[in-house]
Design a protein around this ligand. Structure first.
Ligand SMILES: Cc1cc2nc3c(=O)[nH]c(=O)nc-3n(C[C@H](O)[C@H](O)[C@H](O)COP(=O)(O)OP(=O)(O)OC[C@H]3O[C@@H](n4cnc5c(N)ncnc54)[C@H](O)[C@@H]3O)c2cc1C
Length: 426
């Protein structure tokens, strides 16, 4: 059997690894337009800041492809001909055909761009690839001001780079909150204080401009000089990093027979509308626990989706939810955060309990009726794995005092034994 995987990010390599573990003799071909070994995309900021050297940025050792007998093709997939079992791809100036028995599409997502005058300038970039990181890294010492468009989690990574290196930085954010939708209103306030240097910790923070957006990137002799905003303000700068979200390109799916709805639509087995064709990672949308079709776009989920697809491609039935509820833990600027399960749902039948334990620590637990379904933690994440397991076990917690007790970072889940917790946690 020949398995073709398009994309060599964490989703794609998880598919390949799972197939190889379960099918020693099947053929695996991995096609990607990013040459080289898969790298830790989520650690690009640490690479820029010299916390992780290039030698430690690859997810797999140099001989990984050979050891797993994975054939690599460097090229761009152009069309998927589902009914003919073919992928058409470009390699240099040539169009080539790759036949498959099973296919997994793991092409990730691309940054959304602002199509305004000057957007083609080399100093206007996104932050997604190693190449973007190299551009930022190579210019760090010469930069005077970075303008970051977008105050979400990715924008906060660029702000972290600027603040860590003492570079002036302006963040432009639509609306009046930073860090949304990962944090709620109270979390956004904590984050703002941290970012703009009112925290008494950072000597210099970033300037945050709410409710304004670029309308032009101004150049002088072909080099970026400033950003003009809708309000008429002009901000001098020598680098713009646009972090306003990511999207899955639809071109690959046009006329493929595959259902596309903001992403490749897959089921709990990661299988698309066409049998034998799977999808994993940032490029897919899938039904969450409540049946809504959503993109997930986190590192861990991409890995789990890749493994799930890999098992099913080997005819070993595996459901996405087998590995538990969505979990994502990282840094927002320099604050730890964790989100688990349904972390930002509101309205009937949901309710939540929140608590700010100190100036920079805040947590919120979300219930669907009496069942714990989600959590958001900022500043500290003690007990997050216990909360995750309670969510996975669909524990019902009827008493308000017990619900509130979960907000204590030191809470002991064994106290909930009478509510059906099936294990002792140490
Ligand atoms: C700076 C940064 C920080 C992040 N931090 C975190 C974090 O802290 N926590 C977290 O959970 N997530 C984080 N993420 C998100 C996380 O990295 C992604 O969710 C994850 O990498 C997605 O993996 P993927 O394999 O689906 O896609 P990708 O890693 O994007 O891989 C897809 C690959 O497919 C290739 N490709 C695309 N189209 C084609 C085509 N037509 N033909 C051939 N090849 C193609 C792409 O070039 C790419 O190499 C971060 C992302 C960035 C950019």
């Amino acid at each position: 059997m020949r398995h073709v995987i398009i994309g060599n990010g964490i989703a794609g390599i998880s598919v390949a690894e799972t197939i190889r573990k379960n099918r020693r003799d099947d053929e695996i071909v991995m096609l990607s337009d990013e040459p080289g070994l898969p790298y830790w995309r989520a650690s690009l900021t640490k690479y820029i800041l010299d916390i992780i050297p290039m030698t430690k940025m690859t997810v797999k050792p140099p001989d990984w492809l050979d050891r797993l007998s994975i054939k690599q093709r460097v090229g761009k997939a152009l069309h998927v001909l589902a009914d003919q079992g073919q992928v058409i791809y470009s390699e240099g100036n040539h169009e080539k055909v790759l036949e498959f028995d099973r296919l997994c599409i793991a092409t990730g997502a691309v940054p959304v761009q602002l199509d305004i005058p000057g957007c083609e300038l080399p100093e206007v970039i996104s932050f997604r690839t190693l190449n973007d990181a190299e551009i930022i890294k190579s210019r760090l010492t010469a930069l005077k001001r970075i303008v970051v468009v977008g105050g979400g989690v990715l924008g906060m990574e660029v702000v972290d780079v600027a603040v860590s290196r003492g570079i002036d930085c302006t963040v432009l954010q639509r609306g009046d909150k930073l860090g949304v939708p990962l944090v709620d209103e109270q979390g956004a306030e904590i984050l703002l204080k941290r970012v703009n240097g009112e925290d008494g910790i950072h000597k210099k923070g970033a300037e945050v401009v709410f409710d304004d957006a670029p309308i032009e990137y101004i150049n002088e002799n072909g080099q970026l000089k400033a950003v003009k905003l809708a309000s008429g303000a002009v901000i001098d700068c020598d680098l713009v990093v646009v972090c306003i979200g990511i999207a899955t390109k639809s071109e690959l799916f046009n006329q493929s027979g595959l259902v596309f709805d903001r992403g490749l639509k897959v089921d709990e087995h990661q299988e698309s509308s066409v049998p034998g064709i799977y999808g994993a990672g940032d490029c897919v949308v899938y039904p969450d626990e409540s049946g809504q079709v959503v993109p997930t776009r986190t590192w861990v989920t991409s890995r789990i989706q890749g493994k799930t697809a890999g098992f099913n491609m080997c005819d070993i039935p595996c459901l996405l939810f087998d590995e538990g509820p969505m979990y994502n833990a990282s840094l927002m600027f320099d604050l730890l955060y964790t989100i688990v399960g349904e972390f930002n749902v509101t309205g009937d039948p949901y309710s939540s309990f929140a608590q700010q334990t100190d100036e920079f620590s805040y947590r919120k637990i979300i219930f669907k009726k009496d069942r714990i379904v989600g959590a958001m933690m900022l500043g500290d994440r003690n007990g997050d794995q216990a909360i995750r397991r309670l969510i996975a076990q669909k524990v019902e917690i009827p008493a308000e005092t017990d619900k509130k007790a979960l907000l204590d970072p030191e809470f002991d889940p064994n106290d909930l034994a009478q509510h059906g917790v099936e294990y002792i946690m140490y």
